[in-house]
Design a protein around this ligand. Structure first.
Ligand code: GDP
Length: 309
């Protein structure tokens, strides 16, 4: 169920037209990569949310390799390789069953949508799935998750309004064990105005889950809205301190012109992007493939539109 090439390039249109186009204009038309060109390139990367550290290291690698020779195509190829290298991560497949996946993130980033999309992916692969809603604070959160569960055709465990989120996590983990489901996906609360309480609540969820099932949760995925840029990264660090993250789901990449945030995440948090969201529909989520992603970002500029998935 991989994204088709056209779906991926379509979803990245804003990013292609904005910062990637600027990057290509900067180095793609120059014969020599002089200091002025490299400074402009660094500015273009930073403006695209790539982050200062990653931008500096990409530019300094170009500087040392290309100072003496002609720029344009070679420089672009070198830059693309550098971008891919900064995204590649060792993928650790979970074999545990039930696999418990905790979805974390602030409200509105797309947690519930991602829970539904993930459930669909697993189901399509022939696995059984149970959803759990631990945001007992917002009545609408339960309703939303129930809608997704019905849409995808999986069971969902919900708490009483204002009930203890840890009790829901406990019951859901016990149910996943008893029912021998393959994947339990737990949606959590994301209210920001009581941040310290939220982090304490999330830490408690993890403790309770691991008591019922030692080793769980097997994945703690931060759902991050790509349109929030560097701000989202700061929030991400807070979550990472409370619950060690195993990966990031980067949502709404279709809605941003600065998709460079994907490079900053790995560098800043030290965790890989494992899934990307490119739309609101159930099929708009895919595992993250760095090479395909970078190719898709540069497709129009590099003139490789004929490539296929
Ligand atoms: P939650 O509060 O974190 O659970 O966020 P929701 O799952 O309710 O999503 C908030 C909004 O973002 C909804 O309108 C979703 O349809 C939308 N959304 C989620 N993921 C994506 C995505 O990848 N692309 C786009 N364009 N919208 C998304």
């Amino acid at each position: 169920m991989a994204f088709t090439w056209s779906r991926l390039t379509q979803g990245l249109k804003k990013t292609q037209a904005n910062w990637v186009a600027r990057v290509c204009e900067t180095i793609g038309t120059k014969q020599k990569l002089d200091d002025t060109t490299l400074d402009s390139l660094e500015e273009a990367l930073i403006a695209g949310d790539v982050g200062v550290d990653v931008s500096e290291s990409l530019v300094s690698s170009l500087r040392s390799d290309f100072a003496q020779i002609d720029g344009s195509d070679q420089a672009l190829t070198h830059l693309k390789r550098g971008l891919v290298e900064r995204l590649v991560a060792e993928r650790v497949a979970t074999v545990a069953r039930p696999e418990v996946i905790l979805l974390l993130g602030v409200n509105g980033t797309g947690k519930t949508t991602t829970a539904g999309k993930l459930a669909r992916r697993f189901k399509d692969a022939g696995d059984s799935v149970l959803l759990a809603g631990c945001d007992t604070f917002r009545a609408a959160a339960n309703d939303q998750l129930k809608i997704w569960a019905d849409r995808v055709g999986v069971d969902v465990i919900l708490g009483r309004p204002e009930g203890d989120p840890a009790a829901v996590a406990h019951d859901a983990t016990a149910a996943a064990l008893a029912r021998h489901v393959d994947h339990l996906i737990i949606d959590t609360a994301g209210r920001l105005h009581t941040k310290s309480n939220l982090m304490a609540e999330l830490e408690k969820l993890v403790r309770v889950i691991s008591k019922v099932l030692p080793g769980a949760p097997h994945q703690a995925l931060l759902v991050l809205d790509a349109t929030t840029g560097q701000n989202g990264l700061r929030q991400a660090s807070e979550f990472h301190r409370a619950v060690p993250l195993t990966g990031v789901v980067l949502t709404k990449l279709d809605g941003t012109a600065r998709g460079g945030i994907i490079f900053a995440i790995r560098n800043r948090l030290g965790v890989p992007v494992t899934y990307v969201g490119l739309g609101e529909q159930v099929g708009d989520l895919d595992t993250f493939d760095p090479e395909m992603f970078v190719d898709a970002m540069f497709v129009q500029q590099a003139g490789t539109a004929e490539a296929s998935a």
